[in-house]
Ligand binder design. Structure first.
Ligand SMILES: [Zn+2]
Length: 136
């Protein structure tokens, strides 16, 4: 089984979404990982845009790039995104317009999840983000 959007393989029966759930759960015990929560979630969303409006993805990508390039501190990312996305209605596509389009990436959530290895996860999230940044 491969993800119809990012092409990642299912790992031990876990989909991309399930693997993201593990990453977020690890944040509780890993302050370094918790500190880059924005990168984890945004990297996932940028590789899984099917349910998200084109406008929301464009804004997210712009904030993500500015943050990675060091010109937008995290507090300002949150402020910027919070103002623009007051309510999920503006972020999610209407159900009839949702559809996965496969795009292949150098790294996916499966590389970050690494078979359930929480050690070094923050480092792998940064590599993942850098690889996505390089694809823009
Ligand atoms: Zn995927």
């Amino acid at each position: 089984m491969f993800c119809p959007e990012c092409g990642a393989p299912a790992v031990d029966g876990l989909t991309c979404w399930d693997q993201l759930g593990y990453l977020l759960a690890w944040e509780v015990q890993d302050a370094e990982l918790a500190a880059i929560h924005f990168l984890t979630v945004s990297s996932y969303n940028l590789q899984h845009p099917a349910n998200i409006t084109d406008t929301a993805i464009e804004w997210l990508r712009a904030a993500y790039i500015d943050h990675l390039d060091g010109v937008l501190p995290l507090a300002e990312v949150q402020l910027r995104m919070g103002k623009r996305f007051a309510g999920a209605q503006r972020v999610l596509k209407p159900k009839g317009e949702r559809g996965a389009v496969l795009r292949l990436w150098p790294m996916t959530i499966a590389d970050v999840y690494a078979g359930g290895n929480s050690s070094g996860a923050a480092h792998r999230v940064r590599e993942w983000a850098a690889s996505i940044r390089g694809q823009q």
